[in-house]
Design a protein around this ligand. Structure first.
Ligand code: AHR
Length: 307
């Protein structure tokens, strides 16, 4: 039973070449595109034979892909779980087959942590907190209620859950900061646009939009401009990722602040895969290093960004 299209890179070709099966979430955002490229490029550089599948944001497709990697007896399976729950059965199948699993980017909520070797990725709660801290500072002297609309990522996904939690945790210190609407835009530009169009009708006096990724913020910008308002001025916008188009909008003043989430996980993933294959131990949690950007910092950083 296949799990989407497989593209294998040739690599070194020797008998001891490592085969890695990677079950990607989809191609929902600029972040995801950069993440996929990072994984494919670094597999090639590391001489690892990569079997890659795109689940189109559907858990059932990811499960199918993982099962097909088990059948093909790959050396290591890595994946970025689209949602947090519902993985125990398939992870148990991999474990029983003796195939180590590496989680990248997003985590699972499984109680049994022996089901995976390590989780390599961002601290999404910290990202939400950074967005919250900027918000608290930015509106410290505002008079009256600050009405915040939240554009949530994919429902049930670790980044959507954690970015909401981290943000809420920090902004509760200032009672005038109120989340008046919160809806999913599924991490896509179209989703962000659609939700914002409806939002501008139900809450025309919104002060700020907190988007769980740049793509949804970019969709929101389109909706705000179509409604005759000025993004970044009439409505403050904060988002997460710092992909190229987001950074461009930030330097143009249409987004006010971006919390970085790095998609360049490929090189670290290949290191982990090699270590696991060699029987070496790896840290149970590997956290990506990230920063934040103001418009001025975005202008400076843009020319040297890789994505
Ligand atoms: O899991 C990481 C998130 O997934 C990114 O922030 C978002 O852009 C992507 O779709």
């Amino acid at each position: 039973g296949g799990g989407g299209s497989d593209t294998a890179s040739s690599g070194g070709g020797g008998n001891d070449q490592i085969t890695l099966g990677f079950a990607q979430v989809g191609a929902e955002s600029g972040w995801r595109t950069a993440n996929t490229k990072s994984i494919q490029d670094s597999a090639k550089d590391a001489g690892i034979n990569l079997k890659f599948s795109d689940a189109q944001q559907k858990q059932e497709n990811q499960i199918k892909a993982i099962r097909s990697y088990i059948q093909q007896k790959v050396d290591v399976i890595a994946f970025s779980p689209v949602v947090e729950s519902g993985w125990d059965t398939v992870l148990k199948e991999a474990k029983d087959a003796g195939i180590p699993v590496v989680l990248t980017d997003r985590s699972v909520d499984s109680q049994d942590t022996s089901l995976y070797v390590t989780f390599l990725g961002s601290d999404f709660i910290a990202e939400g907190k950074k967005a919250g801290e900027w918000t608290v500072k930015n509106f410290a002297n505002a008079s009256g209620e600050v009405k915040i609309a939240q554009l949530e990522g994919t429902t049930g996904s670790a980044p959507a859950i954690d970015r909401a939690e981290g943000f809420a945790d920090v902004i509760k210190s200032d009672p005038k900061l109120k989340i008046v609407a919160s809806q999913t835009g599924d991490f896509t530009r179209a989703g962000g646009k659609q939700v914002t169009e409806a939002l501008l009708k139900s809450n025309p006096d919104i002060t700020m939009i907190y988007a769980h990724n740049d793509d949804m913020a970019l969709g929101a910008i389109e909706a705000i401009e179509a409604a005759g308002k000025v993004p970044g001025k009439d409505i403050t916008i904060v988002s997460v990722d710092a992909v190229h188009d987001g950074m461009q909008a930030l330097s143009d003043g249409k987004i006010n602040f971006i919390v970085e989430c790095s998609p360049l996980l490929g090189p670290q993933l290949m290191d982990v895969v090699k270590k696991v294959k060699a029987g070496e131990s790896v840290e149970k949690r590997i956290v990506t290093e990230e920063t934040t950007f103001t418009p001025e910092q975005a202008k400076e950083a843009l020319p040297s960004r890789q994505y």
